[in-house]
Design a protein around this ligand. Structure first.
Ligand code: ATP
Ligand code: MG
Length: 413
């Protein structure tokens, strides 16, 4: 991607509202554009990051044996009435058509996925069923805040699993929890797992995956020695207490953001639609259902909050919008030629590169490279070319060094 050619330029000033760090850096870096409170366009760089996060999540869901589908965002009213959600879910967006029909915008998809799966999986032999999608969700949040961390439209991975019995459900639940920890680890995040009751869904146990950040809206108490962690609202313990799990550590308090969760929904959805399966004794049963969410766009916001410094974003390699950011310093023929050549060689080798080929000052280009946050910056100038080299600098290190142009590819891969 040539920075001279993209329509979405970085900017020093902020358009729109919002004072959270992820909002400011993502807007100035031209990753996102706010259309209105809680609703964003993902610009070329932002979309690259979103896709990277999405693909890591997809790989781990596929590894779990879940099948990817894509369900509609526009839903008929009827299934929402059947489950009671039409009247009880305050964040549900409702739409009336010109012919007077009512619709809902998907805020989660149990109402669509349950009849979809259960009308097909009618025999116990077809179980378990695990499906997921990665798609937009709509919620009438009272306050859209914290940049892309709480939107009215946001990108989510939602998985649903259907089981004939509790043991099978519990085994998969455990596997899913491990897959989630792998996802967050690959994304460069440490997620603490809280246990909570299932809130609006059920009284069953749920797990929430929380990342410590002051930009989050939750407060958790966690042990400084083991993996014990609870949300403050439900907690029977308080900060400073001895850990009730290991008895060794002390409980600490921290602000955190929920990046994912898993719920045991029990038999609620089978019952609501009166859809189930026939077991090996020819009896009708309702399946045990689980739902599993990851807030993909929220994760992107959390990554900015965790990995930013005073100069801008410093993306972890696994989600960075490119592997290398080439900065051309000067527009003498030999510099243009060498930088162009480096860019096309890297691209031909499958390396994702940003190429700052604009007529801007060195200071402005370096400031933008720091703002955008690609892991490696490669500067090409008359001076570096005298050594047949480019200047190599990592975003998260101070020192730079010269690398021979012919060695760049090797060093990157
Ligand atoms: P929260 O308590 O933050 O409102 P939730 O319990 O409503 O979250 P779920 O309905 O389980 O969340 O959604 C799954 C995931 O989607 C959450 O863990 C979170 O990462 C993300 N998410 C939820 N609401 C939003 C939102 N308004 N904007 C961005 N991401 C969201
Ligand atoms: Mg919510």
């Amino acid at each position: 991607m040539r920075l001279s050619q993209t329509f979405a330029k970085t900017s020093k000033t902020l358009a729109g509202e919002g004072d959270s760090l992820n909002y400011q850096l993502l807007t100035r870096g031209a990753f996102v554009d706010q259309l209105m409170a809680g609703v964003y366009t993902y610009l070329p760089l932002g979309l690259r990051v979103l896709r990277k996060i999405e693909n890591i999540v997809r790989e781990e869901m596929d590894r779990l044996g879940a099948e990817e589908i894509l369900m509609p965002m526009l839903h008929p009213k009827e299934p929402w009435v059947k489950t009671g959600g039409w009247d009880s879910i305050d964040v549900l967006f409702k739409i009336k058509s010109r012919t007077g029909n009512d619709y809902a915008l998907g805020q989660s998809e149990e109402e669509v996925v349950s009849p979809l799966v259960l009308s097909r999986a009618q025999s116990y032999k077809q179980y378990p069923v695990k499906v997921y999608q990665i798609h937009w969700k709509f919620r009438d949040e009272l306050r859209a805040k914290s940049g892309i961390m709480r939107g009215r439209e946001f990108y989510m991975k939602d998985m649903y699993s259907f089981h004939t019995n509790q043991e099978d459900f519990d085994a998969f639940y455990k596997e899913a929890k491990e897959a989630y920890l792998r996802v967050f680890d690959r994304l460069g995040l440490v997620a603490k797992v809280t246990e909570a009751s299932g809130g609006a869904f059920s009284e069953k146990v749920s797990y929430e995956f929380e990342v410590l950040t002051d930009a989050g809206e939750d407060v958790i108490y966690y042990c400084d020695d083991c993996d014990f962690c609870v949300e403050d609202e439900i907690a029977k313990v308080k900060p400073g207490d001895e850990c009730p799990r290991c008895g060794k550590g002390k409980l600490k308090e921290a602000k955190s953001a929920e990046v994912g969760n898993v719920f045991d929904l029990g038999q609620k959805y089978g019952k609501a639609f009166d859809l189930g399966f026939v077991d090996d004794k020819d009896q009708k049963q309702y399946p045990i259902v689980g739902c599993y969410g990851i807030g993909i766009s929220r994760v992107m916001g959390v990554l900015v909050e965790k990995y930013a410094d005073e100069k801008g974003i410093a993306w972890p390699e696994s989600v960075a919008p490119a592997q290398v950011h080439i900065v051309r310093l000067g527009n003498q023929d030999e510099v243009v030629e060498a930088a162009d050549k480096l860019y096309s060689e890297l691209r031909d080798a499958g390396v994702e590169a940003l190429y700052d080929d604009r007529d801007e000052s060195a200071g402005a280009k370096f400031a933008d490279a720091d703002l955008i946050g690609v892991p490696v910056r490669l500067a090409v100038s008359r001076r570096t070319l005298e050594e047949g080299s480019a200047e190599w600098k990592r975003r998260n290190e101070e020192e730079s060094s010269l690398v021979k142009l012919g060695d760049v590819l090797k060093k990157l891969t």
